[in-house]
Design a protein around this ligand. Sequence first.
Ligand SMILES: Nc1ncnc2c1ncn2[C@@H]1O[C@H](COP(=O)(O)OP(=O)(O)OP(=O)(O)O)[C@@H](O)[C@H]1O
Length: 374
Amino acid sequence: MTPDPIIIGLSGGVDSSVAALRLRQSGRDVAALFMKNWEEDDVSGTCSAEADAADAQAVADHLGMVLHTRNFAAEYWDGVFEQFLAEHRAGRTPNPDVLCNREIKFKTFLDHAHDLGAARIATGHYARVGRAADGQWLLLRAADQNKDQTYFLYTLGQAQLAVTEFPIGDLPKPQVRELATGAGLATARKKDSTGICFIGERDFAGFLARYLPPCSGEIRSVRGTKLGEHPGVHFFTLGQRQGLGIGGRADGNGEPWFVVGKDPASNTVWVDQGDSPLLYSDRLEACQLSWVAGAVPAAAFECTAKTRYRQPDQACTVTMLGGGRCSVRFAQPQRAVTPGQSVVFYQGERCLGGGVIEATNAAYGGLKDRLGEH
Ligand SMILES: Nc1ncnc2c1ncn2[C@@H]1O[C@H](COP(=O)(O)OP(=O)(O)OP(=O)(O)O)[C@@H](O)[C@H]1O
């Protein structure tokens, strides 16, 4: 039997290298594709995309695969980066990895793989694809719970899962490295990638400042005192402690200050000291909902959810609100639930889908209600 041709997204990292290795070892008709989706060099002057491309080529050569190289910088700019900036401008904290999977890896890349004659694609994500008895495709957590990436993949639907494979989703990360070493892959010892998808590691504030002009405003204590100035609300995120520049204030109680609210309208960053109750919310509303099964599970249902990557699952009840929105009520109050990030729903091993957090009862709106105007 000759299995369908498949194209693996080869990033020049160890995970996709081992995913490619496993496909080759199973005798698949496999080619690879390296994407360069960001035009600039990084600030250090070295171009990490070039080094990654060279590593991808070395792995493809070693495994005897054709490597296609494509530049989707225009698609990345239009589909991911513009929205990333718009969200920051609006005072939210977007998740570019979620957008990147939706717009690039499982849309542009997938379409292009079809153009190249491959019916299927694979990536080195830590996740698994399953199939229910009724034929429905399932997005399942990775075997290595510590590396599970379903949080970033919840926008995948039936059409994508039907043609996607995650060849390392059943492996613990240490074993991925061992396989890479055993096979003599050039990427075996390469450190895991961090930073913004396709852009890489940056001084985040400096990078953002290149696209979003400074707009200074006040940092105020929730008790009303002006504590300092900030260069723009978009440089801050809820729960943030570092970089406020107000650490040693004599009028404080000595505990660290945290961002507890951002108000783009008045251009104010609100802060409080210690483990402020104002950072906690037991409710949120989400929009841009996406369901793996292709339909809302029920008008209301119980499940678990994560409001950030690596957060332990939290019990909650989801209620549909209409207009593609839902409300989520948590059994326990959650710290620093952040508008713009995603809430992702699970039932056991299954990722059900998720949406973008729009409001919480701790964000600035709730803050105003609780404190009154100053
Ligand atoms: N530049 C790229 N070209 C092609 N595919 C890519 C590229 N970057 C990422 N991918 C695909 O997306 C997957 C997940 O990307 P992510 O950035 O999370 O990398 P990762 O978990 O560090 O994996 P890797 O070790 O393969 O870089 C990769 O394993 C790869 O299949």
